[in-house]
Ligand binder design. Structure first.
Ligand code: GTP
Ligand code: NA
Ligand code: MG
Length: 295
């Protein structure tokens, strides 16, 4: 016994790079949305998660994207974004070239042992020099395939849309070639909270990434020190869904408190168990805080 039924799951891709090199705009272009347009000061300040469907060899393939901020203040979010993902897309603006957070992002991806696809963005701009970007990254060990290395570089523009299909194809190819992406969709869900906040009307709202199993409305859940029963699940378009399979990012309503970004979540048998686990975690956190205070 004990045979697990594993099924293919979409790759989870973290999008990283220097501030304003076009990460959010690129995801907007892929999903035909306008997240970038609504950001204060045009700066991403939290992690976002989206799913894109594409067709490769006549098959529909989904890709889950985690958008990370590029501003230098958000190192922790970039490090977290690199964890629990499968592939990194490193976005480099072709007019600006390799910059400090490009290198920082590259270091996070390499520390997490992620295959890296380079998206050379803004090639529509005057002064864009995608060849220079290739040369710069070669010095950091990312050698383009066309130079005899094994890193795929794709020239793209989030504004004109050029190269976007090639980028999706490169991601799917990388997933198929380098990774065995399977999970058991039948078990109780487990995963990680990507972002969480308190919403005035809806209470605690957590964006979680389901890593194993399937999360359902009505499930009893523990997320970090928070617990609750899932009252509603919303997909990345804000639509209600009844369940979320492996690799799907979803907003969870019904938690009693706001979990921390990066906290893991699990589904348990019933509300009582959820509350007990959450209480224990809280007591442990309190004791740790007291011990730290006594030192
Ligand atoms: P942070 O998340 O704050 O690090 O920024 P980001 O990397 O997500 O960049 P964002 O998507 O906010 O884009 C920054 C600016 O570059 C915006 O003004 C975009 O319109 C512009 N931009 C993004 N991609 C392209 C592109 O391919 N071509 C041109 N011309 N402009 C682009
Ligand atoms: Na920006
Ligand atoms: Mg952004």
């Amino acid at each position: 016994g004990g045979e697990e039924e594993l099924a293919a799951r979409p790759p989870v891709v973290t999008v990283m790079g220097h501030v304003d090199h076009g990460k959010t705009k690129l995801l907007d272009a892929l999903r035909k949305s306008n997240v970038a347009g609504g950001e204060a000061g045009g700066i991403t300040q939290s992690i976002g998660a989206y799913q894109v469907a594409t067709e490769v060899d006549d098959q529909e393939r989904k890709i889950t994207f985690i958008d990370t901020p590029g501003h230098e203040a958000f190192t922790a979010m970039r490090a977290r974004g690199a964890k629990s993902t499968d592939i990194a897309v490193l976005v480099v603006a072709a007019d600006d070239g390799v910059m400090p957070q490009t290198i920082e992002a590259l270091n996070h991806a390499q520390a997490a042992d992620l295959p890296i696809v380079v998206a050379v963005n803004k090639i529509d701009k005057e002064g864009a020099d995608p060849t220079k970007v290739r040369g710069q990254l070669t010095e950091y060990g990312l050698v383009p395939e066309e130079y005899g290395g094994d890193t795929i570089f794709v020239d793209v523009s989030a504004i004109t849309g050029v190269g976007l299909d090639e980028l999706l194809e490169a991601i799917v190819l990388t997933a198929d070639a380098a990774l065995d992406l399977r999970a058991n969709p039948e078990m109780d869900a487990q995963g990680v909270a990507i972002e969480a906040h308190l919403d005035k009307g809806r209470g605690p709202v957590a964006t979680v990434l389901v890593q194993r199993g399937t999360l359902h409305v009505g499930d009893s859940i523990v997320a970090g020190p928070a617990h609750g029963r899932v009252r509603a699940l919303l997909n990345d378009s804000g639509e209600n869904v009844t369940e979320a399979p492996p690799s799907m990012p979803v907003q969870v309503l019904g938690l009693t408190a706001v979990p921390g970004a990066g906290d893991s979540f699990i589904v348990v048998d019933d509300d009582r168990t959820a509350r007990q686990i959450a209480d224990k975690r809280e007591a442990r956190a309190r004791m740790a805080a007291q011990a730290a205070g006594a030192r």
